[in-house]
Design a protein around this ligand. Structure first.
Ligand SMILES: [Zn+2]
Ligand SMILES: [Zn+2]
Length: 111
Protein backbone atom coordinates (compact mmCIF):
# COMPACT_ATOMS: atom_id res chain seq x y z
CA UNK A 1 0.00 0.00 0.00
CA UNK A 2 1.41 3.33 -1.03
CA UNK A 3 -0.90 5.36 1.11
CA UNK A 4 0.61 6.81 4.22
CA UNK A 5 0.58 9.87 6.35
CA UNK A 6 0.94 12.27 3.43
CA UNK A 7 -2.26 11.26 1.74
CA UNK A 8 -5.45 13.07 2.42
CA UNK A 9 -7.86 11.21 4.63
CA UNK A 10 -10.51 10.11 4.55
CA UNK A 11 -10.58 7.98 1.46
CA UNK A 12 -11.94 4.60 0.52
CA UNK A 13 -10.51 2.04 -1.83
CA UNK A 14 -11.87 -1.14 -3.25
CA UNK A 15 -9.90 -4.37 -3.30
CA UNK A 16 -9.81 -6.98 -6.02
CA UNK A 17 -11.71 -9.22 -3.55
CA UNK A 18 -14.64 -6.78 -3.66
CA UNK A 19 -14.28 -5.44 -0.11
CA UNK A 20 -13.87 -1.73 0.48
CA UNK A 21 -11.39 -0.35 2.99
CA UNK A 22 -12.20 3.03 4.46
CA UNK A 23 -9.27 5.06 5.82
CA UNK A 24 -10.22 7.78 8.25
CA UNK A 25 -8.75 9.90 11.01
CA UNK A 26 -10.31 9.39 14.38
CA UNK A 27 -10.97 12.14 16.87
CA UNK A 28 -7.36 11.91 18.11
CA UNK A 29 -5.95 12.27 14.61
CA UNK A 30 -4.94 8.64 14.31
CA UNK A 31 -5.38 6.74 11.08
CA UNK A 32 -7.98 4.03 11.35
CA UNK A 33 -8.92 1.55 8.70
CA UNK A 34 -12.09 -0.46 8.44
CA UNK A 35 -12.65 -3.11 5.79
CA UNK A 36 -16.15 -4.01 4.77
CA UNK A 37 -18.43 -5.38 2.08
CA UNK A 38 -19.61 -2.89 -0.52
CA UNK A 39 -23.13 -2.87 0.97
CA UNK A 40 -21.76 -1.69 4.32
CA UNK A 41 -19.77 1.06 2.64
CA UNK A 42 -22.86 2.17 0.75
CA UNK A 43 -24.89 2.18 3.93
CA UNK A 44 -22.53 4.04 6.24
CA UNK A 45 -19.62 5.57 4.39
CA UNK A 46 -20.75 6.47 0.87
CA UNK A 47 -19.84 10.11 1.48
CA UNK A 48 -16.19 9.12 1.80
CA UNK A 49 -14.71 9.31 -1.69
CA UNK A 50 -13.91 6.01 -3.34
CA UNK A 51 -10.61 6.13 -5.19
CA UNK A 52 -10.58 4.92 -8.77
CA UNK A 53 -7.67 2.51 -8.39
CA UNK A 54 -7.87 -0.72 -6.39
CA UNK A 55 -5.91 -2.64 -3.82
CA UNK A 56 -4.62 -6.01 -4.96
CA UNK A 57 -5.36 -7.38 -1.52
CA UNK A 58 -6.54 -6.02 1.78
CA UNK A 59 -7.09 -6.85 5.43
CA UNK A 60 -10.45 -8.30 4.55
CA UNK A 61 -9.21 -11.03 2.23
CA UNK A 62 -5.73 -11.52 3.68
CA UNK A 63 -6.25 -11.22 7.41
CA UNK A 64 -10.00 -11.88 7.65
CA UNK A 65 -10.23 -8.52 9.29
CA UNK A 66 -13.43 -6.59 8.73
CA UNK A 67 -16.40 -4.97 10.35
CA UNK A 68 -18.70 -7.92 9.64
CA UNK A 69 -16.24 -10.76 10.19
CA UNK A 70 -15.92 -12.74 13.40
CA UNK A 71 -13.19 -11.47 15.72
CA UNK A 72 -11.65 -14.92 16.03
CA UNK A 73 -10.24 -14.57 12.53
CA UNK A 74 -12.18 -17.42 10.95
CA UNK A 75 -13.47 -15.21 8.14
CA UNK A 76 -17.04 -16.20 8.94
CA UNK A 77 -19.67 -13.53 9.43
CA UNK A 78 -20.18 -12.21 12.96
CA UNK A 79 -22.79 -14.32 14.67
CA UNK A 80 -22.51 -17.14 12.13
CA UNK A 81 -19.10 -18.40 13.20
CA UNK A 82 -19.14 -21.89 14.59
CA UNK A 83 -15.87 -21.67 16.44
CA UNK A 84 -16.47 -21.54 20.13
CA UNK A 85 -14.08 -18.77 21.13
CA UNK A 86 -15.18 -15.90 23.35
CA UNK A 87 -15.33 -13.55 20.32
CA UNK A 88 -17.64 -15.95 18.49
CA UNK A 89 -19.94 -16.48 21.44
CA UNK A 90 -20.21 -12.77 22.22
CA UNK A 91 -20.46 -11.86 18.50
CA UNK A 92 -17.49 -9.51 18.48
CA UNK A 93 -16.43 -8.31 15.04
CA UNK A 94 -12.80 -8.27 13.96
CA UNK A 95 -13.09 -4.53 13.41
CA UNK A 96 -15.43 -2.15 15.10
CA UNK A 97 -17.73 -0.17 12.81
CA UNK A 98 -17.09 3.25 14.27
CA UNK A 99 -19.74 5.27 12.50
CA UNK A 100 -20.73 7.48 15.39
CA UNK A 101 -17.15 8.29 16.23
CA UNK A 102 -15.78 8.73 12.74
CA UNK A 103 -18.50 10.43 10.78
CA UNK A 104 -18.67 13.56 12.96
CA UNK A 105 -14.91 14.00 12.64
CA UNK A 106 -15.18 13.45 8.89
CA UNK A 107 -17.76 16.21 8.73
CA UNK A 108 -15.44 18.43 10.73
CA UNK A 109 -12.67 17.84 8.17
CA UNK A 110 -15.04 18.77 5.34
CA UNK A 111 -15.98 22.13 6.82
ZN1 LIG B 1 -9.30 -7.76 -0.32
ZN1 LIG C 1 -15.38 -16.94 15.40
Amino acid sequence: MKHGRNNDLPFAKKCSCGAITVMVLDGDGRERSMSMPEETYNEYFSEIPLESDQFGNCNYCVNKWGVDLCGCGSGDKVGECENNYDHCKSKVAAQELITEYILPSFKAIEE
